[in-house]
Every structure is written in C-alpha cells, then in structure tokens.
Design a protein around this ligand. Structure first.
Ligand SMILES: NC(=O)c1ccc[n+]([C@@H]2O[C@H](COP(=O)([O-])OP(=O)(O)OC[C@H]3O[C@@H](n4cnc5c(N)ncnc54)[C@H](OP(=O)(O)O)[C@@H]3O)[C@@H](O)[C@H]2O)c1
Length: 364
C-alpha cells in the first residue's frame, strides 16, 4: 500500500520513515513537507542515503495519492489536514494532540489555546492507546476511515504503568504522582534554548512543572482506567539522552497503619505483597505484544527499550508497603510516537499488530 507522511522532516516523521521502510505492507512512501517541498529527504537525513531518495511533496499531494496518512505535525496544525483525508475515505493517524480529547473540546482549547475547527470529525476519531482502545479502533475502522489521536509520549508511559493498578481498584485515596524524565528528542527538531547542547548536556532539569500539556491527557486516562476521578501530580524532566522516557510513579495503596513506623526496613510480607502485585500486572498484560512486566527485583530502564516499541514495567513497594512504586520505560520516538502510530495502522488494516515492529531494542 501507499502511505503518506506529513511532517516527514521532523523527528517523529523521520522515525516513521525508518520503521515503515521495514514494514512489509508499506510498499510506497509519499513524504510531505510544508517548508522543504522539492528537496530530497536524504539531504535532510543523510542516514537514509541509499535507502530512500524521495523528493518531498506538498501535504495535499500526499493525501491525494495515499491509502493512509500519518501526520507528524505540531498540535493545532494537524487538524486542518484530517478532514481532507477523511473526505477522500482514507484513515489519518495523527501524532499531535488535536484528536486526543474526543468530544472534550473545552479541555483541549484550555490547554492548547485553540477551539476545534471541525468538531464533527470527532465522530470518526479515537484515542489510539491500543492496550486501552483496541476494540473501539477496530469497530470504527469497520465502518470507514478512522482518525487516530495517537497518544502523547509521557501519557503512554504513565498510563501503561498505572492501568492494571487503577483498573483493578488497588489505588487508595490521594494523588498519583508521576515523575518522568525524557530524552531531548521529545522536544522535536525545532531549535530552542533549553534544548541547546550546553544547556541540557550533563545536567537534568524539571520543566513546565505543574503546567505541562500532557497533564489533562494523563489525568483523563487515569480516571477512565479507574472508573472514578483520579488526582494527578506530574513533573516532567529533561534528561541528557537522545531517546527514552523513564516514569517513576507513586500510587497510594492506603494509609500507614496506626503506630507503624515508616523508617523500618521492608518486612518479608512486603516482598510477598510486591510479588502478588507484580503477578497481577503480568496477568493483566499477558496478551499484550509490547508490554513487558519485568521479574520481581528488576527495575525498568530506558536502556532496555531503546529503538523498540516495548514498554517495560517494574513493580515495587515502598518500605512501609503503603505506596506502590511503578517504573515504566519507553522509547519516546517509538512506543511514545511512531511505533505506536504504526501499531494503530496495523489494527485499522487488520494486519498482525506487531507487523513491522519486531525490532529488538539496542541494548547500548
Ligand atoms: N518527539 C517526540 O518524542 C514526540 C512524541 C509523541 C508525539 N509527538 C508529537 O508529534 C508531532 C511531531 O513532533 P516532532 O517531535 O516530530 O516535531 P518536529 O521535529 O518539530 O517536526 C514537526 C514538523 O512539522 C512540520 N510543520 C508543519 N507546520 C508547521 C508549523 N506551523 N510549525 C512547525 N512545524 C510545522 C515541520 O516540517 P515541514 O516544515 O517540513 O512541514 C516540522 O519538521 C508533534 O505534535 C508532537 O507533539 C512527538
């Protein structure tokens, strides 16, 4: 089939190209750019030399000539192209936030500063976290073209880390706290001072504390998974690495029992309870091709998932046994963006969900 990529010159676009070149159903790629039309992709990404020498075309041409389109554009820019794709009867897989909020336009416009321009398109859109919405994606695809609101990178890691615990009612009162660190590619290819090498190399910094745009998406996912409102505290950090997101998540299980000191080493019962919760996670994700629940005692790391579509999860308890600590690791460019988008394409077209996504993580 012929696949269009709009925003092909950005990081997520380039990652889509890399992965789709290894996808057996992606016979032909049409690459589109607003600012580089007429240039060759290999001159922008020399890594593609000898593998793909396509000339970049306009977004309109990519939509007109493809069987399916990926859009790797900034939020607020992507929505305008979705209507043209759906009008042509083809699915549109959007990596921006423009279709992540379904009918909740008020939340989208409050965080992204813009109303929906075509609200009716939400009838054809679905939030594309396959582990949560696989059936809904299939149902919509059976009835015509689909618009996928591909999840954000932080929301993917945080949501997969919490899903079993929230869905099985383990979380007690109090906020779920997510501390997450992202590689620098998370900010895209556009230049900005905080992403300048001397500013971010050899240092770690929080940013957009209490104000990051992924807050409403994570919070909405948590509440859906739990079936009740869940309070979120989220702090993103910039880590001196190219790829990866490591999320350390604190979930309250219950209050500290009266008289129990909080400074004692963990009891043997603690280890047993942690093992039970780990088993619950492993069972919950048993049939998921891209979620790996690590053995008890291991800790998830971005090193274990680099360049792959895996989400690695490790489950721990604090020393009092009253806080569940979950660590999740993804590659922000793959499970956090392009890989998950291809997983969604596979679902829409009825391919094996893992098709073209079998790459083994690069361990170093
Ligand atoms: N990077 C990640 O880890 C990640 C993870 C998940 C989701 N996402 C989302 O995926 C989308 C693409 O992210 P990215 O990291 O690939 O960003 P990027 O590197 O900045 O690329 C975005 C591309 O969009 C095109 N574009 C079209 N209209 C534009 C406009 N008005 N302003 C700026 N660029 C415009 C540009 O290409 P042309 O000028 O060639 O058209 C640009 O190369 C974003 O919505 C982002 O939030 C990114």
């Amino acid at each position: 089939m012929t696949i269009g990529i709009i925003g092909a010159t950005g990081y997520a676009g380039a990652e889509l190209i890399r992965l789709l070149l290894g996808h057996p159903e992606a016979g032909n790629l049409i690459l589109a750019s607003g600012s580089h039309a007429g240039e060759r992709i290999e001159d922008i990404y020399p890594a593609l030399r000898g593998r793909l020498s396509s000339v970049l075309v306009s977004p309109a041409k990519a939509i007109a000539e493809s069987d399916c389109v990926f859009a790797a554009l900034p939020s607020g820019v992507s929505e305008q192209y979705a209507g043209a794709a759906v009008d042509r009867g083809i699915s549109y897989i959007d990596l921006s936030a423009d279709f992540r909020f379904d009918d909740d336009e008020a939340v989208y416009s409050a965080w992204y500063g813009k109303p929906y321009t075509r609200p009716e398109l939400r009838e054809r859109s679905v939030y594309g976290l396959p582990e949560l919405n696989r059936l809904r994606i299939r149902e919509l695809a059976a009835r015509g073209p689909v618009i996928i609101g591909n999840p954000g990178c932080y929301p993917t890691g945080a949501s997969l880390g919490c899903y079993p615990c929230l869905a099985r009612g383990l979380a007690g009162e109090g906020p779920v706290i997510v501390d997450a660190a992202s590689g620098i590619t998370g900010g895209g290819r556009e230049l900005s001072r905080s992403f300048h090498f001397p500013e971010c190399a050899d240092a770690m910094s929080p940013y957009k504390v209490g104000a990051h745009r992924h807050i409403p998406e994570i919070s909405r996912n948590f509440s859906k998974m739990a079936g009740r409102p869940v309070q979120l505290v989220f702090t993103p950090h910039l880590a001196p690495m190219n790829r990866g997101i490591l999320s350390t998540i604190y979930i309250p299980l219950g209050p500290l029992p009266q008289g129990l000191p909080s400074d004692r080493p963990p009891s043997p019962e603690n280890a047993e309870r942690a093992g039970e919760i780990r088993e619950l996670y492993a069972g919950f994700y048993r049939d998921e091709p891209f979620v790996r629940v690590l053995p008890q005692g291991a800790a998830a790391s971005t090193r274990g998932v680099r360049q792959s579509n895996y989400c690695d999860i490790s489950v721990h308890l604090d020393q009092t046994g009253t806080t569940l600590i979950v660590v999740s690791a993804i590659d922000n460019m793959v499970k956090g963006a392009a890989g998950q988008a291809i997983q969604n394409m596979n679902i829409i077209f009825g391919f094996d969900e893992s098709l073209g996504l079998g790459g083994i993580p690069a361990a170093f």
